[in-house]
Design a protein around this ligand. Structure first.
Ligand SMILES: Nc1ncnc2c1ncn2[C@@H]1O[C@H](COP(=O)(O)OP(=O)(O)OP(=O)(O)O)[C@@H](O)[C@H]1O
Length: 313
């Protein structure tokens, strides 16, 4: 289990991690999601004792990393797959790590097999593709058979096969009742990978719940409606408790209702409509807005355009 309580890290003027609290439980794949610079790597580094918190604490199996007797047997991590000696073979890299940490030699062959590095393990790392380096980094994380695993952006730069393979491995590790925390800046990657999501933005916790709940919350539908009597319609919709935004003089966006409801409100007030449709906000855009990383809006997709023309005249 990983527990983070009031965790804070300041680098000069930059508040990289801001009073973060969450728990990562075993038996599930937990996604750690946030845009670039949100503070994911800094948080993971503090869990691994590589950075000292400005305030708060990070515990692995109830203890600070520095006080773990045999830390590698409790927690393994993939942080930076580039941080290996390029002249070594994959196998010798793992052997050196095993020897330095009192891990039995047989584990080297086992993890090479587990990550599917096979014949490449006898080749020099400088000739490895990014995918092979990721596999080697994951093999190193698994070497001491730890119950807690942290993977920082393990899917970065991988092709679809590589991503599928990592997904399968994460699932297998969680099914073995290990604690698995995996970071990503892409919702699209995590929505198919993680059971739970811890979402952060600018160092702060934004959401901590099941992936299903987050997707349901993000993917809200708005109703777009146009009328020459937009003022009257706006007043009536607000009377019904709906949230309404005016987009143009004759165009409104309604939250919290369906196109049928909006059509009925218009009809009951004899208000003519010229357009009525439901608009599904793109998940990725909603996520970016949620995490405070505003970008230009391109992501609206119409999924049920003109679902109802009731009320049109
Ligand atoms: N050693 C450091 N010195 C100064 N600032 C740092 C340092 N490490 C991280 N930061 C800053 O802290 C913030 C959080 O960075 P961090 O790398 O933790 O984010 P991240 O969510 O992992 O992003 P990415 O996906 O880009 O790795 C950023 O503003 C970053 O510039």
């Amino acid at each position: 289990m990983i527990e983070v309580r009031g965790l804070t890290k300041r680098y000069g003027d930059v508040l990289a991690v801001d009073d973060l609290s969450f728990v990562v439980e075993p038996g599930k794949v937990t996604g750690f999601l946030g845009p670039n610079g949100a503070g994911k790597s800094t948080t993971m580094r503090m869990v691994l004792g590589l950075d000292r918190p400005t305030a708060g604490r990070a515990l692995v199996n109830g203890r600070a990393f520095a006080t773990l007797g045999e830390p590698l047997r409790e927690v393994g991590a993939l942080l930076d797959p580039g941080a290996v000696h390029p002249g070594r073979t994959g196998r010798s890299h793992l052997r050196v790590a095993a020897r330095a940490n009192g891990i039995p030699e047989r584990r080297v062959a086992e993890v090479i097999e587990q990550v599917g590095l096979g014949g490449a393990a006898r080749r020099r790392i400088k000739g490895y593709s990014l995918g092979m380096r990721q596999r080697l980094g994951i093999a190193a994380a698994l070497l001491a058979d730890p119950r807690v695993l942290l993977f920082d952006e393990p899917m970065n730069g991988l092709d679809l096969d590589g991503i599928r393979w990592i997904r399968g491995l994460l699932r297998e590790l969680a099914d073995q009742q290990r604690t698995v925390l995996v970071s990503s800046h892409l919702l699209s990657e995590m929505q198919q990978t993680a059971d739970r999501l811890i979402v952060i933005g600018r160092g702060r916790l934004i959401a901590d719940t099941t992936t299903e709940d987050i997707l349901r919350g993000l993917g809200h539908v708005e109703v777009r409606v146009r009328s020459t009597q937009a003022d009257a319609l706006l007043a009536r919709l607000r009377e019904r408790g709906l949230t309404v935004r005016r987009v143009e003089a004759d165009e409104l966006l309604v939250e919290g209702g369906t196109a049928v409801q909006v059509g009925e409100v218009a009809n009951s007030g004899h208000i003519p409509l010229h357009h009525l449709s439901e608009v599904q906000q793109s998940l990725e855009q909603a996520y970016l807005e949620l995490t405070g990383n505003h970008v230009e809006y391109h992501g609206r997709q119409r999924t049920a355009a003109r679902v109802s023309t009731e009320g049109e005249r």
